[in-house]
Design a binder for this molecule. Structure first.
Ligand SMILES: [Zn+2]
Ligand SMILES: [Zn+2]
Length: 402
């Protein structure tokens, strides 16, 4: 089923790690804005490692990779230990030719599947106080080129049911109530003063120095400082900073979502785009994985608050993790509660079901089907840096202005 996607991704991987030169690789804009640039006659496996292996442990964790490597992580990780080694990257099989498949993109993208149960978006689940205007309906072109009736949802991306922050502690003796959370290798850590003081050991990297001699933590303190630090190419003077942008800097931003009323499942999944992958019931967007390799390469941290959110200059406040802090819609069975909608109109549910366990039959996108909810997603664990793996439906779009 994912044969084509796998091949396409492998092609990108091979281009990145070998000296194959292929000029037609110019339309890979569906990747995150933070992806490293694809280079013609690109870097070697060693170069890839020095770029992405943030903690220098000679293997790439899921949190360290992006784009095609992230998309096909499970397939390249042949020994299933959760890490990519140089050997595994070098042995990733090469496709024989890409031409003929490339020509089939249109038709393969559009193969739809009708399940017995498809659940329409319930717009009444959104918290009214979070919306800037009433939800309306409008025809809109989806990612697969078809037009569909969409809900138009306009929000300020500010939660109603929990406070935002804190993110960075200000002193290495601060307790965990003064900071947010950070994640590594699927685990969540409290960013308290001790965590900041201990970063050298945490990442086995002597260059970490987020605090001064007097124990104060180097935190971005103005909008200018946050904007110099919260970007893929972190400005030199903000290396070794705890990055914190405040919601107040971006109060005027408006996010508009077009989400299809009736979701449409496509056989071929789509990589996550740059502008949100879904929306919580409070109007805050779920974003694609945080670009941790860029963040860590500059020895910065951009902690999430306890609700899994932080602020960036583009989108304002947004979530990278589902931690149970937002409105949940309980289910009548033992299934995980619902937490929002993906951009394709399929529901997003919490990671764990009522028995405390995660579903084990999820596809690459973190989705599966049942006869109550139709096709739907489960958020990745809070430490996975991945709310969704990809989108399996024709997705609407999201834009931010202000
Ligand atoms: Zn972010
Ligand atoms: Zn489920």
């Amino acid at each position: 089923m994912h044969q084509f996607k796998f091949l396409k991704s492998l092609i990108l991987v091979v281009i990145a790690i070998t000296f194959v030169c292929c000029k037609s690789n110019t339309n890979s804009n569906d990747e995150s804005i933070d992806s490293p640039p694809q280079q013609q006659g690109g870097p070697s496996v060693s170069d890839l490692f020095s770029e992405m292996d943030a903690n220098n442990d000679e293997k790439l964790a899921k949190s360290e990779v992006e784009g095609p490597l992230l998309d096909d992580f499970a397939k390249i990780d042949t020994n299933k230990d959760g890490f990519l080694t140089k050997e595994e990257l070098e042995n990733a099989p090469r496709p024989e030719r890409r031409g003929p498949r490339e020509n089939n993109t249109e038709s393969e993208d559009n193969v739809q599947r009708d399940f017995a149960v498809t659940v329409n978006v319930d717009s009444s689940l959104f918290i009214k106080e979070s919306l800037l205007s009433e939800i309306t309906q409008e025809e809109h072109t989806l990612s697969n080129g078809t037009k569909a009736l969409c809900y138009v949802i306009t929000t300020a991306s500010q939660p109603q049911e929990h406070k935002m922050g804190p993110w960075c502690p200000t002193h290495i003796e601060d307790g965990k109530d003064k900071g947010g959370i950070w994640f590594k290798d699927d685990k969540v850590y409290d960013v308290d003063g001790h965590f900041i003081a201990n970063l050298k050991e945490f990442y086995s990297d002597a260059e970490w120095a987020l605090f001064r001699e007097d124990g104060s933590v180097k935190v971005t303190e103005t909008q200018e400082e946050c904007e110099g630090a919260a970007k893929p190419d972190v400005e030199e003077q903000y290396h070794n900073y705890c990055v914190e942008c405040l919601p107040d800097y971006y109060r005027e931003k408006q996010s508009t979502y077009y989400i299809p009323v009736k979701p449409l499942y496509l056989e071929k999944s789509n990589a996550l785009g740059r502008d949100g992958i879904g929306i919580a019931f409070n109007g805050v967007n779920f974003e694609a994985p945080a670009p941790t390799h860029a963040i860590l390469a500059a020895h910065t941290l951009a902690p999430l608050d306890d609700a899994g959110g932080h602020v960036n200059p583009h989108a304002g406040y947004h979530y990278h993790a589902v931690t149970g802090a937002t409105k949940e819609v309980a289910q009548n069975d033992a299934h995980a509660p619902m937490v929002g909608y993906a951009m394709d109109g399929f529901g997003i549910y919490a990671h764990k079901n009522a028995d405390g366990k995660a579903s084990t039959d999820l596809d690459d996108c973190n989705g599966h089907y049942d006869e109550v909810r139709g096709y739907h997603y489960h958020a990745g664990s809070a430490g996975s840096n991945q709310v969704l793996g990809c989108l399996h439906g024709a997705s609407g779009s999201m834009s931010v202005k202000g």
